[in-house]
Every structure is written in C-alpha cells, then in structure tokens.
Design a protein around this ligand. Structure first.
Ligand code: ADP
Ligand code: MG
Length: 321
C-alpha cells in the first residue's frame, strides 16, 4: 500500500463519527478505554459483511460503510439499547484512497446521526471484508430480548419489509422494476435505516423484540421459539411499499416481505392490554409500524390468507442450509 497503515488510520478513521466524553482513550493506543454510565448494562454486538456474499460488487463504498454500521445499529435497536462506541476491523485488497474516503464518509455520517464514536479497529490487506463491533448500553435490567413474548400478544413490524430484498434483486440484475420504483428499492438495500429511536422507546412498551435481517418469517420464528410460543401472521396485514407493489404486484410483494432478507426493521410483541398506550405514546402512523399478527400458545409460525394457512418452502435466507 502506498499509504502506510498508520497514515491510513490517521487520515480516515481517527476522527470518524462523533467525539464522546465517555471515551477516555480512542483510536491510537493499544485498546480503547471507556466510561460506562452508572446503573447501565453494556450491550455488545458484531456483524461481518463479506464482498460477494453480503453485498454485490456494484455497491458503492459509501453504502458499504453505512451498511456495516447500520446492521449493528439494528441489533442494538432490537435490544432497546442506546449505541455509543464502534470498532471497525477492515480488510481491503489495496489502499484505494477514493474508496476509503467514501467508505469512511458513509460510516461517519450514520455514526454522527446516532452519536456513535469510532474508538478503534484493525486494518489488514486481503479480500474485502468489513467487521463492525458496536457497543452501547441500556438501563440495568431493562434490555428487550426475543424471549418475553406471551400467547395473545400483538405482533408488530416497522417499515415496509421486502423492499431491501427487491433492491438486492435489482442490484444483481435478477429483477427489473419500473423506473419510478427501482431507485427507492435499491436505496432500501444500500442504505438501510436502523430503527434505533423506536427500539429505545419500545423498552417501555414491548415484551419481546428482534430485528428482521434474515427474512420476516424466519426471524418471527426465532422470536416465537425464544419466547416459547408460536405466532400467526395475517398475510393481508403485511405493510408493503407502493414501490414494491409496482415492481411485483400485491401478492408477490407480500410474499417477498415474508421471505426476503436485509430489511433491518423491528418485529415486536406487545401485551394487548397495553396496545392503546403504545398507540398513544408512539402513534403507528408517525413511528411507521403496523400490527401484522398475534402470538399464540401452539408452536410454529403460520401465515393466514383468506382464512387458510399458506405454505412456505423458504423461511428466510440461511447461509449454511
Ligand atoms: P496494534 O498493532 O497495537 O493493534 P494498530 O496499528 O493495529 O495497533 O492500530 C493502531 C490504532 O488504530 C489502534 O488504536 C486501533 O484500534 C486503531 N485502528 C486500526 N485500524 C482501525 C480502523 N480500521 N478503524 C478504526 N481504528 C483503527
Ligand atoms: Mg491491531
């Protein structure tokens, strides 16, 4: 690399994201030193994006920087946590300054939006792979988990699932969408919106929560299994975007909403006795979520359309299936 490793780190990553007072030592020493707020629990997550596996080569580096942080922000959102500190392990084939500048800018702008500081990482040469570790915190004992759902709870999802899956298909040339829909769908894949503010607010309202990253149906199954319940999704209630319906028609749009990955929306369960309170505090129209089903005692996930149970052969993307 023409640029030395330490020059590269100093130029692109030393002041990436926000500066936080709780970072005693950030990029530059052997490890970062952090001040955790009193009465809080640390919440930690990590996710890796491998070029050619998690995104096609056509995705610009600014979007890769955004996505690498966004997928981790989404995990903390699902825990009801407030994000604070990120580590970035970056493997790149060469020190392409244009690529790095755009990548760091994409990462930094999302980091600033969520008050996240980049506090360290690692930089190596090899096939393009981006690993972000994200740390945050939650008031002691208040984290949302997948496990708290009970039979009868109402099931909600944020956003319009399926859009990112269609965006990826467009990106890969597997789907051609009308010109008025394609840019929006593609952007939903490239620049997912982690629901951090919603996740934090849901600590007061939800009994269980998961983020939808591998497909709504599969992730709903994980929430149900962790909660020791089953659930029923009403096909007609699935919120699909106008663009997705324009691209696929109403039926296939909802099928994709159930099975496609990369949405980074929140799926959560609420005690029906507290649903009115949820709607008062966080109006669905404003916070962009919809009820799509209910939790039930019988195990398994079923999707009901016109009173009959639909069969799904593919319940979300699985890397090692
Ligand atoms: P060491 O060899 O002690 O691990 P490095 O030379 O790898 O140190 O890293 C020097 C400093 O730069 C460390 O604080 C490390 O956390 C940080 N760092 C390295 N790569 C990155 C990166 N891609 N993003 C942010 N910080 C980085
Ligand atoms: Mg190192």
């Amino acid at each position: 690399m023409a640029l030395s490793e330490s020059e590269l780190i100093a130029r692109y990553f030393r002041s990436c994201g926000v500066q936080r007072r709780d970072v005693v030592l950030g990029v530059g020493d052997d490890a970062a030193l952090l001040e955790c707020p009193p009465g809080a629990q640390l919440v930690a997550t990590t996710d890796t994006l491998v070029a050619g596996v998690h995104f096609p080569p056509s995705v610009p580096s600014a979007a890769i920087g955004h996505r690498a942080l966004a997928v981790n922000l989404s995990d903390l959102a699902a825990m009801g946590a407030r994000p604070a500190w990120a580590l970035l392990a970056l493997t790149i084939p060469s020190a392409d300054e244009h690529w790095l500048g755009e990548f760091a800018a994409g990462f930094a702008s999302l980091a600033r939006a969520h008050d996240v500081a980049l506090i360290g990482g690692d930089t190596t040469r090899g096939p393009l792979t981006v690993t972000v570790q994200l740390l945050g915190h939650v008031p002691h004992g208040r984290a949302l988990t997948r496990a708290g759902g009970r039979p009868g709870d109402l099931l909600y999802v944020s956003g319009s699932p399926g859009d990112a899956g269609a965006g990826l298909a467009i990106e890969q040339g597997r789907l051609s969408a009308p010109a008025e829909a394609a840019p929006y769908l593609r952007e939903r894949f490239r620049l997912p919106t982690p629901r951090v503010a919603l996740g934090e607010r849901l600590r007061e309202h939800a009994r269980a929560c998961i983020d939808v990253s591998d497909g709504l149906l599969g992730d709903a199954g994980k929430l149900a299994a962790a909660s020791g319940v089953g659930l029923e999704i009403a096909f007609a209630e699935l919120p699909v975007s106008r663009a997705l319906v324009q691209a696929l028609g109403p039926e296939a749009a909802r099928e994709l909403a159930l099975t496609a990955g990369d949405d980074y929306e929140l799926l959560f369960a609420v005690d029906p006795a507290r649903a009115a309170e949820l709607e008062r505090a966080l109006p669905g129209a404003q916070w962009n979520y919809h009820q799509i089903g209910v939790l039930r005692a019988a195990a398994g996930v079923v999707v009901v359309r016109d009173g009959t149970v639909m069969e799904f052969s593919h319940s979300g993307y699985q890397h090692f299936a």
